[in-house]
Design a protein around this ligand. Structure first.
Ligand SMILES: *Cc1c(COP(=O)(O)O)cnc(C)c1O
Length: 348
């Protein structure tokens, strides 16, 4: 990359190995189930997450939407975090396209929805109420800092769901960041989930795509929903080939991104006018605030980083003084040092 792009891990380019694999991928018509590379990706993704089957989808948003529409009918209710991507950043798709009523709960600083709040949110049998069908968790919880949530907590939510005949979906866009940070296999973090969606295109560097996994029966129904959303792709093996490289080679190295995030947080904490809680840097995200009395305004800081240092880092959308830096494959330790040098120059 010709810039240091800390805006998100969605900006990652495919690696050289991915471009090679894409060029020579065996392909077929995936709507007929005949693309060997897509089939291999779906099988490997399912195995990695301990589920029976997988479904390659165009994006994380499509994975979550397909899951919600497969689990819920019109007028059904899903319990979801107010800070969750599914509620905040998916254009209201589950309501617009599925008629699904969201029941919003506040996400705690540790990324969880309180068990008691979930229990209270589950509707009784009464003509006045929508029917509760689905509980959605997010791991890592992105908007509050990329916080990983534990297998123990997820198991408790899974038990609650089973007790009430509900389904559990995990938006695991960054589930492998959570697994690496917690030192447990991703399959353990989603053992209690009926469905999981994860992104190939963020820290894992594939150019496009997510995989939705679950039981054979769930994925069979989800395939039809994906088709109805326009997501039945044909020679998609060209894309899935990069996903296979991602699964086989890009997961374990996420520790480097986490170490770089820690290094960035430590360096920032030593700078004037920066407010940061380093204890909240758990994976590849660093949130920090620029003090109100800083000698430079947030927008001007972002502008000067871009134009004078080729560093892309900007206020978090919806906030004025809060920044989010995300580390990934294309951000090296040297880039972290350069970023800290630039910030020091602009703040002192
Ligand atoms: C990025 C993200 C998604 C959606 O992924 P897209 O591929 O951008 O649609 C869903 N959930 C979370 C938590 C994400 O961070």
């Amino acid at each position: 990359m010709d810039v240091i792009d800390l805006r998100s891990d969605t900006v990652t380019w495919p690696t050289e190995a991915m471009r090679q694999a894409m060029a020579y991928a065996p392909v077929g018509d995936d709507v007929y189930g005949e693309d060997p590379t897509v089939n291999a990706l779906e099988a490997e993704a399912a195995a990695l997450l301990g589920k029976e089957a997988g479904l390659f989808v165009a994006s994380g948003t499509m994975g979550n939407l397909t899951a919600a529409l497969t689990h819920c009918g019109r007028g059904d209710e899903m319990i979801v975090g107010r800070e969750a991507h599914m509620f905040r950043y998916e254009a209201g798709g589950s309501a617009a396209l599925g008629g699904i009523h969201p029941h919003i709960l506040d996400v705690q600083p540790d990324g969880t929805l309180p068990l008691e709040a979930i229990r209270r949110a589950i509707r009784g049998d009464n003509d006045h109420f929508p029917r509760t069908r689905l509980i959605c968790l997010e791991n890592t919880q992105g908007t509050i800092g990329g916080i990983p949530i534990t297998a123990e907590y997820t198991a408790q939510v899974g038990a609650l769901a089973r007790e009430h005949g509900l389904k559990l979906h995990i938006d695991g866009a960054r589930i492998f960041n959570a697994a690496v940070a917690l030192g447990v296999p991703a399959s353990q973090l989603v053992a209690d989930a009926d469905s999981v969606s994860f992104c190939l295109s963020k820290g894992l560097c594939a150019p496009v795509g997510s995989v939705l996994v679950g039981s054979h029966a769930f994925i069979r129904r989800a395939r039809r929903v994906r088709k109805s959303l326009g997501g039945g792709m044909r020679q998609a093996g060209v894309l899935a080939a990069a996903g296979l490289v991602a699964l086989r080679t890009m997961i374990d190295r996420l520790v480097e991104d986490h170490a770089n995030a820690c290094a960035l947080a430590e360096g920032l904490a030593a700078l004037p006018y920066i407010e940061i809680d380093g204890s909240r840097v758990r994976t590849n995200m660093v949130f920090f605030d620029l003090a109100q009395d800083a000698p430079i305004a947030p927008a001007a800081l972002a502008d000067r980083l871009r134009h004078e240092y080729h560093i892309l880092l900007r206020p978090y959308p919806g906030y004025t003084h809060k920044f989010r830096a995300v580390t990934h494959y294309w951000v090296t330790r040297a880039h972290i040092e350069q970023t800290l040098e630039a910030m020091r120059a602009l703040l002192t």
